[in-house]
Design a protein around this ligand. Structure first.
Ligand SMILES: [Zn+2]
Length: 280
């Protein structure tokens, strides 16, 4: 059952000024994922500094060895992935549904679909399981890329630290910095994946409704970046490769760009002439 997370929000009359309203999805996901990463971090650090120990990692410390750490790291990575994909799986489902609802609202506002199409405003749309599955698989592989890289960097840091004669706590600090870096990458990727899911789901909805053209809308505030700003209002084909070399939004981490439907005869934006002649 999808809850109405956007209660109180009403679409603005101008589809080119309306953001995707997806922030709540990130706000719900990131703290859960951060907690799972925190558990992973603690378990990794516990491999290096056993509770109460203040001895050096090199040689004599009983119970601490590089082979043991190398054996355990992938298992800890996998257990994070298990939690992580469950959390982000929910997120992707929410984002796909949101993209679907967003696309439908836009089509109603340009009067391409009747109001009745909305059903309950935020819970409409046909099954999108195939899209959810594809995006979830992509998500798993990007999270796995991060845990794999984190494991490799940790082994390197420990090896180098031992060779340089560093103490346990110094090595643990280096490992912690690597884990911190891994979390920052995971967070950025997950935020970006929300926007990818929204664009892909919006595109699928347009395509199902035989909408052939769409335009790019930026957030139009002072945080829009220099790369995205000039693309505002650009038009492209819904089932094509996207906007020039940039492809489909998000164009970069934390990009908030979205797409809006362009219907010949109903479109009143700056590229009116191009749109009317698009299919000549
Ligand atoms: Zn952007």
């Amino acid at each position: 059952m999808t809850k109405d997370k956007r209660a109180g929000w009403r679409p603005s009359p101008d589809i080119r000024r309306d953001p995707t309203q997806s922030k709540w999805i990130e706000e719900e996901t990131i703290p859960l994922l951060k907690k799972a990463w925190g558990t992973y971090r603690k378990k990794v650090l516990a491999l290096i500094i056993k509770e109460g120990e203040r001895t050096n990692i090199i040689g004599s410390t009983p119970g601490i060895s590089l082979p043991e750490i190398m054996r355990n790291l992938p298992m800890l990575g996998d257990s994070f992935l298990e939690d992580g994909t469950e959390i982000t799986g929910t997120m992707i489902e929410q984002a796909v549904n949101q993209g679907n609802a967003y696309a439908t609202e836009q089509l109603i506002r340009v009067e391409y679909l009747p109001e009745a199409a909305s059903g309950s405003l935020f819970t409409i749309g046909p099954p999108t399981q195939a899209l959810i599955d594809t995006l979830t698989a992509m998500d798993l592989s990007s999270l796995q890329g991060i845990t794999d890289a984190t494991s490799n960097h940790i082994v390197q840091a420990i090896t180098t630290g031992m060779q340089e004669g560093k103490g346990t706590y110094e090595i643990a600090d280096a490992v912690d910095a690597i884990l911190n870096d891994g979390w920052n990458r995971a967070e950025t990727i997950v935020r970006t994946e929300v926007m990818t899911a929204i664009t892909e789901s919006t595109r699928q909805r347009f395509d199902e409704q035989r909408v052939q053209l769409c335009e790019l809308i930026t957030s139009q505030d002072d945080r829009v970046c220099d790369d995205c700003e000039p693309l505002y209002g650009e038009i492209t084909e819904v089932d094509g490769p996207g906007f020039g070399d940039m492809g489909w939004p998000p164009f970069h981490p934390n990009c908030r760009c979205a797409i809006a439907p362009v219907i010949p005869g109903l479109y009143d934006g700056p590229h009116k002439e191009d749109v009317e002649h698009w299919f000549d």
